[in-house]
Design a protein around this ligand. Structure first.
Ligand code: MTE
Ligand code: MO
Length: 515
């Protein structure tokens, strides 16, 4: 006996709606989990919710608050969830009737999540990832499930799906989605806990502060500020999952070729006399003209003082620093013990506890060395050893085991490819060779003479310095380049070298159009 065509279609539509909701559960579960692991703060639900809060008219906000009181955020997330479930169900039904249309709807939802996450004020480079992954999971899961709905019409290829197939696949997908969702709740709770601990920290008063000279900041629009705000500071690390380290459990062990093993806790570190210092950090992967460089005021304690307690043995020439996630860096012992170099264990960056992605609670900062051989974030272990006996994360991958920063300079204004209005204007940028210092920068436009730029006041030899030079821009296309001279008289080499194995060289050269 057969049921009416009407009933059949209703049952197929109901299953398609279920398929849509299950695909939605899988998508949001995986998306939330990716957010918890790799991009805290970019949870697709929270991003969309925050976006709605921002665009909601005041009356709607007032109404929600008066209806739900302090539960307004939970109410909003519930609403986002209900709307998402309805859209997902609709996507399932559409996919059943018109193949690809439901998938497109899931794709659009993913794009909406990406847009919401990337337009947040605190958006990070990876903020797009959770919604992108969620969208992809949704698109795939929807097709898999809808294809398994038993139909009156036989499929073009393959065996007829049975009711059991559909239920097993839907059940399994739902279980994966819910497990990911539960996992994300646990992970996000962990990162929220460390975030809360970090917020509650009161930094000790520095025993000495740094005064950034007034003349260090030229204040030109488009020129990198001499101190890089934390939110704009480049982030480079191998951590897919940002380590969440609770300071109350943090400790640093100094061991290896030492007479006296040393262990120091967070409270002990904060009780030491901490001083401010300014140092520019650069990534060895920075291309000529690249932006993997930033300058911050750090608060920290000299590593040489802790090494002095440990008493390194005379055979040692390297310190292998290790972070909680296993990353390692090899730093020359003599650099860390140099009384004239502020190699520190830093606990603060620009007046705040280290941001979690910049190494909270404790990282190393060593002026003059690229980050990969010195700037270990989430550092918990210093092994005093020898270059002949141990290697580090990047040295194992073909990069040089020593990484002093090379002399470089960059044009920030005008931007490469910019349209410039003819007339009196300015060319400006930054130059650096940390711990050596920069005494001059010259600029050449087209085949003209090398013109000396005016340097801003240097904060110290450990930081980059801004420079500028006036320019009478005549209409047409122009090429400009810059080169720095170090404090020791070395002129920045024109020879182009790629970042690997020990840092890029060459002159930053850009083209602009003047009209
Ligand atoms: N634990 C850990 N620390 C690390 C890294 C890493 O991958 N893991 N990368 C290093 C590299 S290559 C650089 S350039 C700097 C970047 O520091 P930032 O992300 O605070 O700018 O951190 C260094 N410290
Ligand atoms: Mo780096």
């Amino acid at each position: 006996m057969s049921e009416s065509p009407h009933a059949t279609r209703r049952r197929e539509a109901a299953r398609a709606a279920l398929a849509g909701v299950v695909a939605g559960v899988a998508a949001s579960g995986v998306g939330e989990l990716v957010a918890g692991l790799a991009a805290p703060g970019a949870s697709p639900f929270a991003a969309v919710g925050s976006f709605l809060i921002d665009i909601a008219p005041p009356w709607a906000k007032d109404a929600t608050i008066s209806l739900f009181g302090t539960g307004d955020k939970a109410a909003l997330l519930t609403l986002v969830g209900i709307v998402a479930a309805i859209v997902a169900a609709a996507a399932g039904v559409l996919e059943l009737r018109w193949r690809g249309v439901g998938q497109a709807l899931f794709g659009l939802a993913g794009l909406a999540g990406i847009a919401a996450a990337m337009t947040r004020a605190d958006a990070a480079t990876l903020s797009f990832l959770p919604s992108a992954v969620a969208g992809a999971v949704g698109v795939i899961a929807l097709r898999l499930l809808v294809a398994r709905i038993p139909r009156g019409i036989p499929p073009l290829e393959g065996p007829l799906p049975t009711r059991r197939d559909f239920l097993v696949w839907s059940g399994a997908t739902a279980v994966v989605g819910l497990a990911a969702l539960l996992g994300s709740v646990a992970v996000q709770a962990g990162s929220r806990a460390v975030t809360a601990v970090r917020r509650a920290i009161t930094l000790p008063t520095p025993v000495s502060t740094v005064a950034v000279p007034a003349g260090a900041e030229l204040g030109l629009s488009g020129l990198s500020p001499v101190i890089t705000p934390n939110a704009d500071f480049y982030r480079i690390d191998t951590a897919l999952v940002v380590p969440q380290v609770d300071p109350s459990t943090w400790q640093l062990r100094i061991h290896g070729l030492v007479d006296q093993e040393v262990v120091i806790t967070w409270d002990e570190l904060l009780a030491l006399p901490l001083a401010e210092s300014v140092a520019t950090l650069t990534c060895v992967s920075n291309e000529v003209g690249g932006d993997l460089i930033g300058n911050a005021v750090w608060l920290g304690y000299p590593i040489r003082e802790l090494l002095a307690r440990a008493k390194p043995q005379s055979s040692a020439d390297m310190v292998l620093s290790m972070s909680v996630d296993g990353f390692t860096a090899s730093t020359p012992l003599e650099t860390l013990t140099d009384p004239n170099r502020e190699a520190i264990l830093a606990v603060a960056m620009n007046g705040e506890p280290l941001p979690i992605e910049h190494g909270f609670p404790v990282r190393m900062v060593v002026p003059g060395l690229y980050g990969y051989v010195s700037a270990t974030k989430w550092v918990t272990d210093l092994e005093v050893t020898r270059f002949a006996d141990a290697t580090a994360y990047w040295t194992d991958r073909g990069w040089s085991d020593h990484g002093p920063v090379k002399l470089e300079s960059r044009i920030d204004v005008p931007r490469a490819g910019a349209q410039v209005t003819a007339g009196e204007t300015v060319i400006a940028g930054v130059a650096w060779q940390q711990h050596v210092g920069v005494k001059g920068v010259e600029v050449q436009v087209d085949d003209g003479p090398w013109t000396p730029a005016t340097l801003a006041s240097a904060i110290s030899a450990d930081t980059w310095v801004q420079w500028s030079v006036p320019w009478a821009a005549a209409s047409g296309s122009h090429t400009m380049r810059c080169r720095a001279t170090s404090a020791t008289g070395e002129v920045q080499t024109v020879t182009e070298a790629p970042p690997a194995p020990d840092g890029a060289t060459g002159w930053h050269t850009i083209q602009v159009q003047v009209a």
